[in-house]
Every structure is written in C-alpha cells, then in structure tokens.
Ligand binder design. Structure first.
Ligand code: ARG
Length: 575
C-alpha cells in the first residue's frame, strides 16, 4: 500500500537525477518517532555527493518534484526537510481514513495481489521416511508452510512439493533388519515402531561390523537397480511410511500439491550423469564422476566408484523435471543450514547448465536446542518424536486453560481450543525466531500469556472479538457504514500499523522470513493495547465515535486472524 505509492512517486523523481533509482528507493524507511513523520528518506545525502550539490538543495529539488505528482496531494500531509537533508514524510490522515474504510470492507484487508505473479516451487518438509517424524522435521515443515501461505495470499502461484527422502540408505538398513530380525506380530501392531527397531539393530551391527555395513549398502543398491524382492519390500513398507507422515501433517494442518520423493527420479539419474559429461561439466576422478568448479578445490560427486548416484544427482534430476513440468520462476529449498555447501554447489551446476533466469534460494534454518544449549533430546538422549512434542504442547495448553479462572471457553470447545493453542504456540515459537539462528525450546515461554507468543496474539484476538460478542454489535454491518475519524494519537497510530500489514507480508515474501510477520503482529497488538487504554470504545462520547473505534477494533481482529493464518495458526473466539 504505502511503499508501493511511495515508489510510484519517488522512482521517476530519483530516475531524473540518478541511473540507479532502486538503490535510493531502498533508503525510504519507517520513522521511529511519529513526531517527525511516518516515513523518512535519507537519499539526499548520498545523492548530493554524486551530483556535487548540497544535500539540502537536493532534498528541496526532490521534494518539489515529488509534490508535482498528483498522487502526492492525496498521500502526504506534508514533506519536511530536516537536518542535513532528511525528508520527513507525513501521511495524510484523510488518506489513512479513506484507505482504512476501504480495507474494513475488503475481504483481503486492502492487501493487493502482486502485479507480477510468479510460479514458485517451495520444496519443504522433505523428511527421510521410514522413521518416526521427530523434532528435526518441524522447522522445514512450518517455515515452508508459512512462506507458501504468504506467497499464495500475495497472488503468486505456489507449488508445495514434499521432496521425500524415500530412496536413501535407511532402506538398506531396514531391509537388512527385515531379512534377519523381522517380528511379524510387532509389525502388524505398529509398523513404524517395528521399522525403527529394525533400523536400530542394523545401525548397531553396522557400527560394529564392516561386513554388515557392506550388506546394508548392497541392499540399497539392489533396490536402486530394480531387484524384485527389494522393490516389493519397498512397496510394502512405503504406505506405512506415508501414513506416518500424513498423520503429522494432519495434526499440523499442512498440505502439499506434490509429493515427489527421491524415488520418483531414480530412472532419470543415468541421463543426468550422461548429460553432465556431454556438456563437459563432469569428468572422472579416482573412479567417481565429479563436477569441478572453477576456483574451488572440492568437486561435487554425481556418481560414486561403485556406480551409485548421490543426493546431488537426484537434486539435479529434480531440478530438470521441475523446470520442464512447472516452468517455475523460482524454487525455494527450505532445508537445514548444514546443507549449505550442497546448495551452493548444486545452484552453481544449474548456472553452468545455462539456467540463469530462475531464482534459486536455499532458505536455511538453524537447530532447535534443549534448555542445556545442546540439540534438543529426550532425557534418555533419544531424538524427540514429533507426536510426543505436539502431545506435550497440547497437554500444557489444557493445563493452562484449566488454571485460568477467567477462562470463558465453553466445555464443548475445550479440546479444540487446547489443540489450537498448543500447536499454535509451538509454531509461533519457531516462526518468531530469526530462522538462521539456533533457538532454545521452552514450553513455558511459548505458552506465556505475555510476550511475543501465539497465546498472547490469540488472546488479543479473543479480547477484541469479545467487545462485539458482549455488546451484540455486528462488526461487519458497522464496517459497512461507519465513518472513521481520528480523535486521539493512539487511534492514528493503530490505523497506521493496520495499514502496514501488506508491508509485513511483502517483507516475509522478499526474505522468506516469517519472523517479520510475528514482529509486525506483536507491534500491532501493542498499538492496539495503547489505543484500548486511551480510547473508550463502547463508552465513547458519541455513537459516531463509538462506531469509528469499532471499525478499528474489527480491523485489528481480522488483521491478527489473517496474520496468524499466514503462520498456519488458528484463532479462537474465547480463551
Ligand atoms: N531429505 C532431505 C533431508 O532430510 C532434505 C531434502 C531437501 N530437499 C532437496 N531438494 N534437497 O535432509
């Protein structure tokens, strides 16, 4: 909304004085103190140097040019030049009132769809199957989901692809275990637990005995080569693996458009190596086939000495398939930061193959740590299962609700509410982090009623909604007819924050960082609090003023709801 208008106004002006208007456009930012304005621009200083003029003089020129644009008349209350040449931009309150009135009637809250829709593949979750889902799977799953939601809402065509690890070494181990130690009864009872047991036996024996390690390797080879027994075993096991992950996705409310695992690309791998050789990109090195990069010492191996293909080979095959099938403008890989080097190399190969136009990003994330600062494990040192993690979050939510004497949740909604609060807390705790850092997992912190948590945001939402339910007033009807007004600075400050929702979403889309959205929501809730403290709503002096404030309340509730939805988190009407 506002940034798009500022760009429309300032781009032609800046282009008049510079060949690189974009560089200068990036210098428009929010004003931290509304006394000075709502936005500020400090391009006059940088531009002054280039033009050999005093910054203040440049600022005057830019201001005069900007004011000639008819858009400026509507958008700005004033443009002031301060200090050495800052431009302080104050947005017109009339424009704000008009825009907020329209947003209140709009299903999309005034957030426009992008003018340049792209086809974007988001490769996320992508667990290695045949083992229970665990804490290590959560970040890719919920970060990828949130990014996909935001991009879709902004009008992009998003293809959510779950690139399952369904063809890897774990199957060799499971096959080995299956052939030597299968307990039919246990498998019938709980297939995934039995597979895990077999996997663990193989792991142990492998570590102690080189023979077993070789045998496991041969089992995968046989699978890849099409050995009927292993193919049949694979086909027998896979449905249970898919059921296990689907169960997790259902609990987390995650959907995919495609679930094309590594197995899907098996038949394409020989052609990949052949093509890389033909283009002169791959060559033999100590029996293996490698891609060498100019200026770098470590190559990327695409086929091992024994003929086996690798993770990288599959990623190249997947990339080609995606380019042919979906013709994407961008592919985002939401994967652990420890795979950084793999993606640097793999992206480099796609460029060497001549795919310049596609925007490839490794959306990396750090590790979830326990309170001891080490990777999160159970007390006995095992990986934390995803199911157990979700159970515990929901159980704690139940306890928290029961302990809250002021809770107004009707008994029949209790369980559903606990689910939404528990799972929401978990997601928000993760999404509110800078994804590239590690963070310490804490049930207590994530369910806190105060602070930057889902619980706080859900509570803020329920509180605003209760104004309507208590008074019996119809939010929608009031939004259709009310005339908005600002009578107190807190109303305007809240209005300004509401108008920045699209800015927050755009920034998430630009940098693939959902924490920009959580930070926005937290700020919005704080602006709402100060509005609510300073501006009586139901007891406002007049009906007009009451209705105007009710529109701000309704918009706040809907913005929080939509914002949480973009994080994959649901709201509740009562808490
Ligand atoms: N299955 C891999 C893992 O668990 C992640 C796959 C990510 N996607 C990709 N195209 N490489 O580490």
């Amino acid at each position: 909304m506002i940034p798009a208008l500022l760009e429309k106004i300032f781009r032609p002006v800046l282009a008049k004085y510079s060949d690189t208007p974009d560089k200068f456009l990036g210098m428009i930012s929010r004003c931290s103190d509304p006394k000075f304005g709502d936005y500020q621009a400090n391009f006059a200083m940088a531009m002054g140097k280039a033009l050999g003029k005093k910054p203040r003089e440049v600022a005057e020129m830019i201001k005069a040019d900007a004011l000639e644009n008819p858009l400026s008349e509507a958008l700005f209350e004033s443009i002031e030049i301060a200090g050495p040449g800052f431009l302080n931009l104050k947005i017109s309150s009339d424009w704000m009132l008009k825009t907020l009135t329209a947003a209140a009637k709009d299903e999309r809250l005034g957030v426009a769809k992008t003018e340049t829709p792209k086809t974007i593949i988001v490769d996320f979750s992508s667990p290695n199957v045949a083992k229970p889902m665990h804490v290590g799977h959560i970040r890719s799953t919920i970060i990828g989901d949130s990014i996909s939601r935001v991009l879709t809402f902004l009008g992009h065509k998003v293809i959510r692809d779950n690139h399952l690890g369904d063809w890897g070494t774990q199957f060799g181990m499971i096959f080995y275990g299956w052939k030597h130690y299968l307990d039919e009864e246990k498998f019938a009872e709980n297939p995934i637990m039995e597979l895990l047991r077999l996997y663990r036996i193989a792991r142990e024996e492998m570590d102690a005995d080189e023979e077993v390690a070789d045998e496991c390797r041969r089992e995968v080879e046989r699978l890849h080569a099409g050995d009927p027994e292993n193919r049949a075993l694979w086909a027998k096991i896979m449905p249970y693996c898919l059921k296990e992950i689907d169960h997790a996705y259902e609990r987390l409310d995650i959907q995919f458009d495609e679930t094309l695992g590594e197995s899907f690309y098996n038949d394409r791998l020989p052609a990949v190596v052949k093509m890389l050789r033909e283009k002169g990109l791959a060559s033999d090195s100590e029996g293996a086939v490698c891609v060498f990069f100019p200026g770098r010492s470590t190559p990327m191996i695409v086929q091992k000495k024994d003929g086996a293909y690798l993770y990288a080979t599959t990623d190249i095959a997947t990339f080609q398939y995606r380019m042919e099938t979906f013709k994407p403008d961008a592919i985002y890989y939401v994967v652990d930061h420890r795979q950084g080097e793999h993606f640097v190399n793999f992206f480099e190969v796609t460029r060497m193959l001549g795919y310049e136009g596609v925007d490839l990003r490794h959306v990396k994330f750090g590790t979830i740590l326990g309170e001891d600062g080490k990777p999160f494990k159970t007390r006995s040192g095992d990986t934390v299962g995803l199911d157990g993690l979700l159970d515990e979050a929901v159980e704690r939510a139940r306890t928290a609700i029961r302990q809250n004497e002021a809770s107004t949740i009707p008994e029949e909604d209790f369980e559903e509410t606990a689910q939404k609060i528990g799972i929401g807390a978990l997601k928000y705790a993760d999404l509110s982090q800078n994804r590239e850092s590690d963070y310490v997992f804490s049930y207590d912190k994530m369910l806190a009623l105060n602070g930057n948590t889902a619980t706080y945001m859900q509570y803020a939402y329920a509180r605003v909604r209760s104004i309507f339910s208590r008074s019996g007033l119809d939010a929608e009807a009031i939004c259709e007819t009310a005339t908005l007004q600002f009578t107190h600075p807190a109303e305007r400050a809240l209005g300004m924050e509401l108008l920045r929702f699209d800015e927050a979403l755009e920034s998430v889309a630009r940098d693939n960082r959902p924490n920009f959205l959580t930070a926005y929501l937290y700020e919005l809730a704080s602006k709402y609090s100060s509005f609510f403290e300073n501006c009586p709503v139901l007891r406002a002096e007049s009906e007009e003023l009451r209705n105007s404030r009710l529109v701000l309340c309704a918009l706040t509730a809907r913005t929080i709801q939509k914002g949480l939805e973009m994080l994959g988190i649901q709201t509740v009407e009562k808490m």
